[in-house]
Design a protein around this ligand. Sequence first.
Ligand code: NDP
Length: 230
Amino acid sequence: MQHTVITGANRGIGLEFTRYYLSIGHQVTATVRNLDTAQELSALQAENKHLTLRVLDISQSSSIAAFTEQLGNKPIDVLINNAGYYGPKGYSLGNIDVHEWQKVMQINVLGTIELTQALLSNLKRAQSPAKIAFLTSKMGSMGDNNSGGSYIYRSSKAALNACIKSLSIDLAPEILVAALHPGWVQTDMGGANALITAQESVAGLASVIDQLNELTTGQFIDYSGKLIPW
Ligand code: NDP
């Protein structure tokens, strides 16, 4: 049975990924910042013995250490680095708050890579090449930036993309890596006007992850399989 670890599984795309991987028979470790507010996951766990819930705040090194210790040597076949933070909306050039910027960088870049690094030995224990999927964003693309603004979020996802590219080179062919843009998705982050549901996004992303191979590792790709310019 394959084992998938999903961060930020409390709501939105992470929760949908959890439902999806359980539905195809994976053993899923879903991480949340606070178990007390994880009602939907708790209900899912009550009816599915293959779901394990764990506490993880990727912005805290101590939380990453506690999580990896709980996991022990358990192999990981798929790691979905989904947890992310947009930061407060409404900042534009002239009033950017660097403390908020640091917070977003800590979650989207430093914490995401710190966790990935901590789980490498588990990923290397997978039977066939393990896969790491990063939920990044088209907002981190230089080639796709025609509208400016969003300094905080854009720079965090651009920095994440640089790390993903290096990981894909450093870890091939033992571990395969994908930089994924989920589309504009109806979640707390995406808002009600977003174009697609979390179900549509995850169905597409899961197919991209499933098809990931030695030739396609390191690509920046959206939920429909379309390549995104870096
Ligand atoms: P949501 O804001 O709906 O959910 C974000 C999730 O990340 C929550 O479960 C949240 O936990 C968790 N999280 C936030 N900070 C931390 C942290 N420090 N440690 C652990 N978990 C944390 O976002 P989406 O589901 O929409 O987005 C998921 C990913 O997709 C993100 O990386 C996002 O940047 C990316 N993305 C989303 C798009 C969209 O249109 N929605 C577009 C492009 C990219 P909690 O519930 O405890 O707050």
